[in-house]
Design a protein around this ligand. Structure first.
Ligand SMILES: [Zn+2]
Length: 224
């Protein structure tokens, strides 16, 4: 609403003096214009005491330490305050088949139909983990907490001489274990290990599903 020839002829300090800038506004005062006007009033009252007469104005970019605009700082600013999904790279930038990656994606979001999830929806579910028959089946138990799963990972990882990375008895989070295992290997091996862990987790899930089809309780449910 301020003509350019007017806007360019004053410094900010000059425009602020006696609220000269308000006389520069021309045109129809729409609600948007009034709203911006009020916002500018607030800003001018806040900063007027900091302005120095005779100083030239210059633009600064507050989103980078150098106060100079860069495309990368603008790009990063777009994502400030947003949440990033940490295992994104571990899952998608691997050589594992798509269906296995998709399963891991669901597991990371706790969207697999394990017994705990079925129970929350009052759906038929096995009372205990079908692999160890000891604890409630959750995705974390199935992939890393179960004694069967830990034995599987040990044998699996021993084949590539990484048996020491197998989950320990107190491991309770598959994602945490995965993150720690990857941190323990050289960067050049990360993609390969990620791919193998995805395949291993998929094999465990596949085996669990096979056990479900063999389970008497599940057979009864199907027959019922
Ligand atoms: Zn188990």
């Amino acid at each position: 609403m301020v003509p350019k020839r007017v806007a360019n002829k004053r410094t900010v300090a000059e425009a602020m003096e006696n609220f000269v800038w308000t006389g520069d506004i021309h045109g129809v005062a729409t609600p948007l214009v009034i709203d911006q006007f009020l916002q500018l009033c607030d800003v001018s009252l806040k900063y007027i005491s900091r302005l120095q007469a005779g100083m030239q104005d210059s633009h600064i970019w507050r989103l980078s330490p150098s106060e100079q605009y860069t495309a990368s700082s603008a790009y990063e600013a777009l994502f400030q305050g947003s949440t990033s999904f940490e295992p994104f790279e571990r899952i998608w930038r691997t050589w594992a088949p798509g269906k296995c990656k998709f399963f891991l994606w669901l597991a990371a979001h706790n969207r697999c139909w394990t017994a705990d999830r079925l129970a929350r929806r009052n759906m038929p579910h096995p009372s205990h983990c079908l692999l160890c028959d000891q604890e409630e089946e959750t995705i974390n138990h199935l992939l890393v907490g179960c004694v069967f799963a830990r034995q599987f990972w040990l044998l699996f990882l021993q084949r590539i001489r990484l048996g020491s990375l197998a989950p320990q008895p107190l491991a309770s989070s598959f994602q945490n274990w995965w993150q720690e295992a990857i941190a323990a290997v050289h960067t050049a091996r990360c993609k390969g290990l990620n791919s193998l862990i995805i395949l291993g987790a998929w094999a465990l899930w596949h085996h669990r599903n096979w056990r479900v089809t063999q389970s008497p309780c599940c057979l009864n449910v199907r027959q019922g």
